[in-house]
Write a protein that binds this ligand. Structure first.
Ligand code: NAP
Ligand code: G4F
Length: 364
């Protein structure tokens, strides 16, 4: 056969396969969850579209680290711009839409409440309106959060626990959560929510307390002299592992539209997470003192490795979160694979390897 004809034939076959692939759109693909979810969907044979907003520096580090950067179709999108969202949905008509884009840092939401509301609430509204107006048959997943429970009204929290949000972030996410159920009821849009409790990983943003601890402890092992500055050490979280949690997102979106708590049901204080990480880094941590005067010593070197700094207290904090994941376990068979000990070990190991130059973290 003629070589040019053969090439053309192969090209047509590849296009045919591509056109028949199921497609998924992920807003927020550059974030922690977006990256892990994209990896899972690609391995399941999905054509993955990921939205990226403009910045002056590249931010595909997580996707490069997971080895999937070249396997994604990137779409420039600012979620607060309705026309961006509308044309993206209209042109791609994805089978699945995962709305992960958000201003996710609670502390920043106190400083930028309007921006946080626009991204988290109006952004979600833009997506729902685009689905409604275009009439696409996409299924949608909304990234809801345990922060919506705020000052908790019962323990542990499940799908029926009332919300009592304590930050502009939590309020914006609760409003977006209600929008999803309203569009489901009013227009029959196939949209679900996952009420995810905190989930962490080696590629978690360094501003969140777990990665702040694992990364800065690795710096201390590498000679840093300044103690790690933290805020509320008594805060209790139900921490899971992000790669486990993105598996739940896929199960949820493929089920009939509903709301599901995703969690581990186990609780740990910030102080105990710090201790776990410090031990994994080869230190002997001991906390002494109270409140603002509390400090942690490494009993091997006698150095102070952590102290409390008021700067990291929030105007109002969420003190206790514990999720009851029995609904998703019963209906979709999901349960977490990694506990907090394993998560701390993985995160510290990764950051030690990064600082030892054994791993390229692509700036993450
Ligand atoms: P993340 O790492 O902070 O990533 C957030 C993503 O949203 C990034 O890709 C970011 O893009 C994008 N984004 C922010 N503002 C945007 C805008 N205006 N337009 C378009 N994209 C925008 O967050 P994550 O931990 O992966 O969380 C994913 C989702 O789950 C979020 O909705 C979060 O609220 C929710 N959630 C997270 C947790 C958790 O513990 N991780 C728990 C419950 C719920 P840039 O790279 O450009 O900043
Ligand atoms: O790690 P954090 O910043 O996470 P937070 O506020 O719980 O929010 C994360 O989880 C939510 C799910 O519940 C997501 F929706 C949200 O997008 C985000 O991913 O703080 C955890 C706790 C807080 O009580 C905070 O006050 O740790 C306390 N903390 C103490 N010292 C600190 C610090 N938090 C940070 N970030 N930095 C500190 O130095």
């Amino acid at each position: 056969m003629d070589m040019a004809l053969l090439k053309r034939l192969i090209y047509c076959i590849i296009n045919l396969i591509k056109n028949n692939m199921k497609s998924a759109l992920i807003t927020g693909i550059t974030g922690q969850d977006g990256a892990y979810l994209a990896k899972d969907l690609i391995s399941k044979g999905y054509k993955v579209y990921g939205t990226v907003r403009r910045s002056s520096t590249p931010k595909l580090g997580r996707l490069s680290l997971l080895g999937i950067q070249t396997k994604i179709d990137f779409i420039p999108l600012e979620i607060t711009e309705f026309s961006n969202v509308f044309y993206t949905i209209k042109d791609i008509k994805p089978d699945l839409i995962f709305n992960l884009a958000a201003q996710t840092f609670v502390e920043v939401s106190f400083k930028h409440p309007i921006l946080t509301t626009e991204i988290n609430y109006i952004g979600t509204l833009n997506l729902l309106e685009a689905i409604k107006i275009t009439g696409v048959k996409s299924k949608m997943y909304q990234a809801s959060t345990s922060e919506m429970y705020g000052e908790v009204l019962s323990k542990p929290q499940n799908e029926k626990t009332p919300f009592n949000p304590r930050s502009p972030y939590a309020v914006s996410k609760a409003a977006a959560h209600y929008l999803v159920s309203n569009y489901r009821e009013a227009y029959g849009i196939e949209a679900s929510t996952g009420i995810l409790f905190n989930h962490e990983s080696e590629i978690r943003g360094r501003e969140f307390v777990t990665r702040k601890i694992s990364y800065q402890l690795a710096e201390i092992i590498n000679g840093r002299d300044i103690p790690i500055q933290l805020g509320n050490l008594n805060s209790v979280r139900d921490w899971g592992y992000a790669p486990d949690f993105v598996k739940a997102m896929y199960l949820i979106i493929n089920h009939k539209p509903d709301d599901f708590v995703v969690s581990t049901n186990k609780t740990t204080t910030v102080r105990d997470f710090f201790k776990l990480c410090a031990v994994n880094a080869g230190l002997k941590p001991e906390f002494v003192g109270d409140g603002i005067n509390e400090k942690c010593y490494d009993r091997i070197s006698s150095k102070i490795i952590c102290e409390v700094n008021k700067k990291y207290y929030r105007p109002s904090d969420v003190d206790y979160l514990q999720g009851d994941y029995s609904k998703i376990n019963k209906e979709l068979g999901w349960s977490p694979d990694n506990d907090i000990q394993v998560i701390a070990e993985k995160m510290v190991r990764f950051d030690l390897d990064v600082l030892a130059g054994k791993v390229n973290n692509f700036g993450i």
